[in-house]
Design a binder for this molecule. Structure first.
Ligand code: MIC
Ligand code: SF4
Length: 645
């Protein structure tokens, strides 16, 4: 029996376990990346492990999220990260160098290697044939220290691409189609592998748009083969020696196959407030719009930007629309500046932003009240834009640019002959914004700079015999990490201060939650399906931990968030019988007798509702390692125990 692409990489990196679906496997990690919004925590955790120098082949820290700098906090964090990197052997990509996933793809990605990043869109690297996964900061810290990354061996889904995209239809429309077919929970526990003749029609940045937004499927990761097209991309990046061929065996076995005829696709949009709420632009009709934002790690490549510039050239942005553009990296930005495309964008009236995440994470450019905003981004969760009633639609750069000119939803196919933009034979290569770490001889003399906003992360205790708690919150299905721990310009600066940031925990759903949870002292959260979808931010576990949350009881979890809860020492429980969701209400007092013993031995957790007298059964499927982490009170305690023992 042959292997899929992902299985080949897993096989070559397997440290523990066997490639049996649904079981725990431990992988050797070749590369790591962090960004600044999760990075400060990750490096504090790395420091706490006491490993002097990273043990990976390449670890890179990017500054791209918290670049608004409305106070000293972010600048302090940046200096902290820069100094930690210098000391411990990590490459540092300075603010201004671009969005982590775009820069990593350009400068560091390598087919066949493993990468984990403290950002859920790390699978962007799958576009070049890496096994690239999003993880919590603590998992990244462990990997930097040479530890394995543990995942559940996923199922394999093959997306078979045939035909060729029609003019004006874009890679974004392919992933929107996959989201339409599979939904935001369709990828949970799965790796999505792309294959078929249609793959040859897509460049590496286009493939990366698709694997990037595979995060919205809830997938462990997504991956493309590494072929001649991959080779020419690496050649153009001056890194052909990093190329390796990679393809699935002809007799590889997949758990599911999805066929997509590229020639049948049309321009689409993900409508408010979910990336899988798909309609065609034609179906939406001539609806008026107010804002267009082009950029983010999904659609900010040279190809995307050049297509946008060609559409805008010689025209003016509609007076009812604010258009902002953020190129993905300094490389892209500089190339646009040199070839005149930037001038075309400026002349048309675009508001040019620095190459960073910006509006994608609510750092500026919030739309007007009830404003309709077309964005080339990957998430349109409620409130994420910074405007509570903003209506965000996710579209391709072509649809975005066409609509910016007309002021209404516009199918780019109405623009006439399509622009034909090719990848350059040579990208502009200048790594002057990447700071190398100190040498082994110099590292001891590097001082780590800490600002006053950097507070230690919450300490945890080993798990107690019984859990006695109250229901502090009850929420519905598809709760995102943006609900649990909102981001945006006001809250992101608090990422290195858990006591302060936890005051905003769940306030999107319930303003009273932080105070209530704190007053209760010991509480649980009750939720529906796909709880914790979205980001990798471990703050969505650390803030509840700080507020006294001991367990989260839901119908089902998203992968990274479940791992983050375990890493924080919070018990992830699933209803054995989903109907029991109705048996719990806000304020109910519960007890889980002998829970420590049950976790140790395995088996269902019994929850007695003292308020109603009813008993609920919860599943808690944990591997031995996860049990040990939970019993120790989190991954940091567990790692310290391991290092001392
Ligand atoms: C996001 O897109 O939600 C973020 C901001 O990049 C997060 C990371 C974070 O919250 O810092 C992600 O996707 O993991
Ligand atoms: Fe940044 Fe947005 Fe990408 Fe997250 S999704 S890494 S915020 S550009």
């Amino acid at each position: 029996m042959g292997y899929t692409i992902a299985e080949k990489i897993i096989k070559a990196h397997l440290l523990e376990g066997e490639m049996v679906k649904g079981t725990d496997i431990a992988l050797k990690i070749d590369q790591t990346l962090t960004q600044d919004a999760t990075g400060t925590m990750a490096y504090l955790e790395f420091e706490a492990m006491g490993v002097p120098r990273v043990k990976t082949e390449r670890s890179v820290a990017y500054i791209d999220h918290n670049t608004l700098q409305t106070g000293f906090e972010n600048a302090d964090d940046h200096r902290f990260i820069q100094s930690v990197c210098k000391k411990h052997g990590i490459y540092f990509s300075r603010p201004g160098n671009g969005i982590c996933h775009q820069v990593h793809l350009e400068r560091f990605s390598k087919p066949g290697k493993t990468l984990i990043g403290s950002d859920s869109h790390t699978p962007t690297g799958g576009g070049i044939g890496m096994l690239a996964m999003g993880a919590g900061g603590l998992d990244v810290a462990v990997a930097m220290g040479g530890g394995a990354y543990h995942i559940t061996m996923p199922e394999m889904v093959r997306v078979n691409l045939t035909g060729k995209l029609s003019p004006w239809v874009s890679a974004k429309d392919i992933i929107l189609e996959v989201l339409r077919l599979l939904s935001v929970k369709g990828g949970v526990g799965k790796i999505i592998e792309y294959g078929g003749e249609g793959v040859k029609t897509l460049t590496v940045p286009e493939r990366a748009t698709i694997t990037n937004m595979g995060a919205e499927l809830g997938a462990t990761t997504s991956i493309f083969p590494s072929d001649e097209i991959t080779k020419s991309f690496l050649e153009a990046q001056g890194r052909v020696e990093d190329w390796a061929e990679l393809s699935a065996d002809a007799d590889a076995v997949y758990d599911k196959v999805v066929d997509i005829d590229l020639s049948a696709l049309v321009p689409m949009a993900a409508c408010p407030h979910s990336p899988d709420n798909i309609k065609t632009i034609e179906e939406i009709g001539n609806k008026e719009i107010h804002q267009v934002c082009i950029g983010s790690c999904t659609n900010s490549s040279y190809l995307d930007m050049m297509r946008v510039a060609a559409i805008l050239k010689g025209k003016t942005v509609h007076p009812g629309v604010s258009l902002s553009i953020a190129p993905g990296s300094k490389q892209v930005f500089n190339m646009l500046a040199q070839n005149g495309a930037l001038a075309d964008m400026i002349a048309a009236g675009a508001r040019i932003l620095e190459c960073a995440c910006g509006p994608c994470i609510g750092m500026g450019q919030s739309p007007n009240s009830q404003g309709i905003s077309l964005r080339t981004f990957n998430r349109n969760f409620e409130g994420r834009s910074g405007t509570a009633d903003g209506q965000i639609y996710l579209v391709s750069p072509e649809t975005a640019a066409a609509s910016a000119l007309t002021g209404v939803f516009t199918d780019p196919r109405t623009l006439g002959e399509a622009v034909d933009i090719k990848l350059p034979e040579k990208f502009l290569i200048n790594d002057n914004m990447i700071v190398e770490p100190a040498t082994v001889e110099e590292m001891d003399s590097v001082e780590v700079l800490r600002g006053p906003n950097i507070k230690p992360f919450p300490t945890t205790e080993p798990m107690k015999e019984n859990i006695e708690a109250s229901v502090a919150l009850k929420v519905g299905d598809n709760i995102t990490t943006d609900h649990i721990m909102p981001a945006g310009a006001k809250i992101l600066p608090l990422r290195s201060n858990i006591p302060a940031i936890s005051q905003h925990c769940f306030t999107v759903c319930d303003k009273e939650f932080p105070e209530r949870a704190k007053a209760l002292g010991s509480s649980i959260i009750v939720g529906g399906v796909n709880y914790g979808q979205g980001s990798s931010r471990e703050h969505a576990a650390l803030a509840p931990l700080y507020l006294g949350v001991k367990a989260v009881l839901v119908k089902s979890f998203a992968r990274i968030h479940r791992a983050n809860l375990i890493n924080a020492g919070i018990l992830p429980l699933e209803f054995a019988n989903e109907a029991d969701y109705d048996e719990l209400a806000l304020g109910n007092e519960i007890v889980m007798p002998d829970v420590r013993d049950i976790i140790t031995k395995g088996g269902d957790v019994i929850i007695e509702n003292k308020t109603t007298g009813k008993t609920i059964v919860a599943k808690c499927e944990l591997t031995q390692r996860m049990k040990d982490i939970i019993l120790a009170g989190g991954l940091l305690n567990y790692t310290k125990e391991q290092n001392n023992g």
